[in-house]
Design a protein around this ligand. Structure first.
Ligand SMILES: [Fe+2]
Length: 263
């Protein structure tokens, strides 16, 4: 499995606090079946603010310490950019992309995505970046109307959902929303959003959960294949499943039945 969202880099955001905690986390993550991990530290002006050079220094220190400890895991740099004034300039200036790709993981205020989110994202699309909305299922507006996410996907925004959401970690409403997005084919990545807090079963458990509740192919796509394409550069499709709307085809059948009688 490949995990595209984590806060395991120490001393940079609200994730891991020190090198020892990071190493213990990386060991457990490797043992749980993850082979590549993106260290997507929060980049949030006024809260978690740093230069790309400072990030790279911490990244290289952790990578060396991990290798010295004999932990077999591929680490990739990344960021979780908070959507705010000037964010796109920061992305360009500091190169806040995932690995060597053009993918950008971003988040917004959970209580309210900007009303004109697409307008806000448009400049980043114009510069050739590929935005990924982090933990889409946790935004209040998406919980209220999950189908809103379609507008973003149709405008070239990818969608990431947290593994813990399927386990009910954020409550029933988030779990329902995560499942709705999943079964409609509105999710491109499932990731851990791990903050080095001690439980590392959630990510592999989500794989099994999706296999049981939907199908194995979807679990592979969202936790292995699509995440691997961030590195390989192979295109990730915005639409990857033809969704059957059972209730709609049902009502259509009814109509044609009535049409037969009265028509
Ligand atoms: Fe995160």
């Amino acid at each position: 499995m490949i995990d595209i969202h984590s806060h395991i880099l120490p001393g940079i955001d609200d994730g891991s606090t020190d090198l020892q905690q990071s190493l213990e986390s990386l060991k457990k993550i490797a043992e749980s079946g993850t082979r590549r991990l993106y260290l997507t530290s929060h980049f949030f002006k006024g809260h978690y603010e740093y230069s790309r050079a400072e990030y790279d220094k911490k990244f290289n220190e952790l990578k060396s310490a991990m290798e010295a400890a004999g932990i077999s895991l591929e680490l990739k740099p990344g960021f979780e950019v908070f959507l705010q004034m000037g964010a796109w300039d920061d992305i360009r200036r500091e190169s806040l992309f995932m690995g060597d790709s053009r993918y950008v993981l971003f988040e917004s205020d959970l209580n309210g995505l900007p009303p004109d989110l697409y307008g806000t994202i448009y400049p980043v699309l114009r510069m050739g970046a590929k935005p990924i909305l982090a933990h889409a299922e946790r935004y209040v507006s998406i919980m209220k109307r999950p189908s809103e996410i379609k507008n973003l996907i149709s405008r070239n925004v990818y969608v990431q959902v947290n593994a813990a959401s399927f386990m009910g970690f954020y409550g029933a409403k988030v779990k329902d929303t995560a499942y709705r997005l999943l079964e409609e084919g509105w999710v491109h990545f499932i990731a851990s959003d791990d903050h080095a807090r001690g439980s590392y079963d959630t990510f592999p458990n989500a794989f099994t959960w999706i296999e049981e509740h939907l199908d194995r192919r979807t679990a592979e796509l969202l936790m292995q294949e699509f995440p691997s394409r961030i590195e390989s550069g192979e295109d990730i499709p915005y639409t990857y499943v033809k969704v059957m709307h059972h209730h709609r085809s049902h009502s259509r059948r009814k109509k044609s039945f009535l049409a037969k009688i009265f028509g």
